[in-house]
Ligand binder design. Sequence first.
Ligand SMILES: CC(C)(COP(=O)(O)OP(=O)(O)OC[C@H]1O[C@@H](n2cnc3c(N)ncnc32)[C@H](O)[C@@H]1OP(=O)(O)O)[C@@H](O)C(=O)NCCC(=O)NCCS
Length: 229
Amino acid sequence: MTSIVISQCSVIDGPALAANSIPAFWADPHWVLAWRHRTLEYHISQIALRFPRNLLNNRDTMRHQKAVDPETGRILGYARWCLPPSYEINADDGTPIWPEAQVPAVEADKEAEIRQAAETVVWDPNNDADELSDRVTALKKEVTPKTPHISLEYLAVNPDNQRRGVGTALVKSGIDQANKMGLEIFVHAFQEGVPLYKRMGFRLIAELIQDDSKYGGSGEYGAYFFIYP
Ligand SMILES: CC(C)(COP(=O)(O)OP(=O)(O)OC[C@H]1O[C@@H](n2cnc3c(N)ncnc32)[C@H](O)[C@@H]1OP(=O)(O)O)[C@@H](O)C(=O)NCCC(=O)NCCS
């Protein structure tokens, strides 16, 4: 791949973003436990209906970027960021901060249609292993910075496009924005993202490794919390 372009997402990207992202998480031996009663294809089809709604939720503070192959226009990866409250608009003129990562609004009737479609989705994760995620949630609450920061909430590169610099380019875009705003970045990482965050200068501030083998997992379910810089 010669180059990667990072650009704004819009609601029409929803199905392609689902097709990019769900296979990435499907490869995670713990994450997939929640959906093992479904096929990958079925789950992608359901998330394709939710993605447009998620792109419109909390437009003030949420920012979304896709990595695109400029030759084919194909989506290679996706990142979702959350700005801290009161940092989403320029105080002087009320324009949005980081507008090139804000999803364009749609007409009210289109938005209603999108929200209605999302309501039809089958969302029935297997929650047998919830006691493990409850511990992760408690730790996350404890270590989340109390000062204003940007959160990296979602990062996914389709397995077909991994190890070519796509994830690095998406994270770099958020780092550039955080530097511009003078803010830290906080991320709850999965095991697969750990080398990338370390390489890019994130500091590991907490981790929790739990045994998920009794639920059918690999035995090592890791949650890692990083701050940049
Ligand atoms: C984690 C994830 C986002 C990384 O995406 P990616 O596009 O593969 O990331 P990059 O290509 O930028 O970097 C991955 C590795 O490829 C290497 N690489 C980058 N470009 C390369 C190239 N042209 N040739 C060879 N290797 C390359 C990088 O050095 C990096 O090595 P490292 O693992 O030692 O850091 C991706 O694996 C993923 O989506 N995983 C599943 C979901 C997930 O875990 N998301 C993170 C949640 S926090």
